[in-house]
Design a binder for this molecule. Structure first.
Ligand code: IMP
Ligand code: MG
Length: 172
């Protein structure tokens, strides 16, 4: 039977997201800031982060898949949904659930940079630095986490557990 152990509580997440929003306001004003969420894992973080930012925010999504139903990256990134509008000349923050090997992020950053945003930064609620294979810049990190498989606050295992309010360690 799979078991869940709470690693980061809902209250800890909410406090940290508020601080990240305030930091983004200090760095990026006057806006608008284009928050681009990577589907599907970042949807809850994006919703909370957008409401923690005071300056005007616009929202778009990009679909990227690198995992299938396994817990190890395939190393290949597939775009499943592109942006709805141009980001040329815009202040963009790519919003990620977790940066693990960095494969997905490196691919997306290269792709988005070609579209000539004014600035392009990254916010990730979770960061697993011990697993990094690609040196990618992450300006706004919620929590550094150990090398364990995590679910909740948007993160899934085979599409399950995304709606958990805490971030939990899943053990099979
Ligand atoms: P990367 O390309 O290896 O950095 O992997 C990034 C993506 O892998 C994330 O956006 C997640 O969708 C997924 N991922 C990485 N680690 C975990 C985890 O611990 N739990 C659930 N999904 C994960
Ligand atoms: Mg993801």
């Amino acid at each position: 039977m799979p078991t869940l152990r709470v690693l980061i509580t809902e209250a800890q997440i909410q406090e940290r997201v508020k601080a990240l929003g305030a930091q983004i306001d200090r760095d990026c004003g006057p806006g608008p800031i284009y928050l681009i969420g990577t589907l599907k894992g970042s949807c809850f973080f994006l919703a909370d982060l957008a409401r923690a930012i005071d300056c005007p925010v616009r929202i778009d999504f990009i679909g990227a898949a690198s995992y299938g139903n396994r817990t190890e990256t395939s190393g290949q990134v597939k775009i499943t949904k592109d942006l709805d509008s141009s980001i040329e000349g815009c202040d963009v923050i790519l919003v990620e659930d977790i940066v693990d090997t960095g494969t997905t992020l490196e691919y997306l950053l290269e792709m988005l940079a070609l579209r000539k945003p004014k600035t392009l930064r990254v916010a990730a609620i979770l960061d697993k630095p011990s697993r990094r294979k690609h040196d990618v810049p992450v300006e706004y990190v919620g929590f550094s986490v150990p090398d364990e498989f995590l679910v909740g606050y948007g993160l899934d295992y085979a599409q399950d557990y995304r709606q958990l309010r805490d971030v939990c360690v899943l053990s099979q």
